[in-house]
Design a protein around this ligand. Structure first.
Ligand code: PMP
Length: 404
């Protein structure tokens, strides 16, 4: 990967922040956008903008083709069996909520179980708390090993014949390792449960293949993989989403309406009530084209290598504690530097133009388990370089000196 060339494609990273060259290491929160995506949005609004699925005029056809074309790109990107398995949502959060409301609430009864892990982001935790409350189902947590990973033994112990739904992140936004989704899926299916995978942190970095993973649902966000905000994806196996109820009712999602009843359109459109996120989906399509042009193996190789390099360099810093497994991380490192407050670390880094995230990362139960109120997180993507990691290390060393 030619870094200089790639960085030129991201206008925002070539600027000074607080008189220093910006080092953007907050990619797990959201990624920056390449020119191709920005240009696609501009071109759409300048040449193609119209509502989709109803206009007989030329712009309506152009917009519909571009929107449905984006759905095909997503289907190919994740190797879904059909583009009808791709539901556009506002993001990962909306995708998980759709399953918790449309599927879990319909199939869970009192005493049934919903199984998640202790490492989940609030977006993959609160919807299940709510579904459990509404149905009388029991919410169960797969415990974590000392290093934060899940063991398949614990998965086997937690999932039972009463389990209806399992929901697990593919890559934790705090611990950074890849969970064994294929094996967890096999265990869930053995007990007759369906599995949802929170792919918010995996879709940007690693190749994901729905037919190989065999999961029932997969959720991810466009903005974490070079796409615009406000667009995400819920993948769902066709035979499951055909049975799932829509949760938003209105225009676009109907087949026939009379005074007393309505029939739904076929999947995925029955889940996309109202004017859909047209420009967002088209922007996501452009982001997928961009990532595929760079090469997904190449992106994964780069992100793993840079994370490994940062781990090695961070090991040189006294009093720096990294959370999660030491190896096999992709894209992010969460840490604390002595007893310096993470907000102080992040503010100090920002004064040198380095952007990181500090706080609980929407994982308060995991923070309690780690025994930390808050942590600092550095997260990497295809435009980051070893040079930037070196700057980050230099400023961390200065922060240690300043505060300790
Ligand atoms: N799950 C994980 C693991 C995440 O990292 C995030 C984003 N921080 C989400 C879910 C929620 O994604 P969004 O805010 O785009 O809906």
């Amino acid at each position: 990967m030619n870094h200089a060339k790639i960085r030129e494609l991201f206008p925002i990273v070539n600027q000074k922040v607080n008189n220093h060259s910006l080092v953007y290491l907050d990619n797990a929160a959201t990624t920056q956008k390449p020119r191709q995506v920005i240009q696609t949005l501009k071109r759409f609004y300048e040449w193609e903008n119209a509502n989709v699925h109803r206009g007989v005029h030329t712009l309506g056809t152009r917009a519909t083709d571009a929107y449905e074309g984006a759905r095909m790109k997503v289907a190919r990107f994740i190797n879904a069996a059909s583009e009808q398995e791709i539901i556009f949502t506002r993001g990962t959060t909306a995708a998980i909520n759709l399953v918790a409301s449309g599927y879990a609430k319909a199939i869970c009864k009192e005493g049934d179980e919903i199984v998640i892990t202790l490492m989940e982001h609030h977006s993959n935790l609160i919807p299940w708390q709510q579904a459990a409350k509404a149905t009388g189902a029991i919410l169960k947590y797969i415990p974590l090993q000392q290093d934060g990973s899940v063991s398949l033994e614990d998965v086997e112990k937690t999932i039972t014949a009463r389990t209806k739904i399992v929901s697990v992140s593919h890559i934790s936004n705090v611990l950074g390792m890849i969970n064994p989704i294929k094996q967890i899926t096999k265990i869930a299916h053995k007990h007759g449960a369906v599995i949802l995978v929170d792919g918010a942190q995996s879709a940007p970095h690693i190749k994901i293949d729905m037919q190989e993973l065999d999961c029932d649902f997969y959720a991810f966000s466009g903005h974490k993989m070079c796409g615009p905000t406000g667009i995400g994806v819920l993948y769902g196996k066709k035979k499951i989403i055909q049975q799932m109820e829509p949760v938003e009712f209105g225009g676009e999602m109907i087949e026939h309406v009379d005074l007393w009843g309505t029939t739904w359109r076929e999947v995925p459109w029955k889940f996309e009530g109202g004017t859909p996120i047209i420009a967002g989906a088209i922007g996501l399509g452009a982001a997928i084209d961009f990532l595929e042009h760079i090469g997904r193996e190449e992106i994964e190789r780069h992100d793993r290598q840079l994370t490994r390099y940062a781990m090695e360099r961070m090991a040189e810093i006294d009093d720096l504690a990294v959370y999660g497994p030491k190896n096999d991380r992709v894209g992010l490192i969460t840490f604390n530097l002595g007893n310096i407050h993470p907000h102080d670390v992040a503010t100090f880094l920002d004064s040198f133009g380095i952007a990181v995230r500090a706080g609980h990362h929407c994982c308060q139960p995991l923070m309690s388990w780690l025994g930390a109120h808050a942590t600092t997180r550095a997260s990497f993507y295809l435009y980051n370089t070893e040079d930037e990691v070196d700057k980050f290390i230099t400023v961390l060393l200065a922060a240690r000196k300043y505060f300790m």
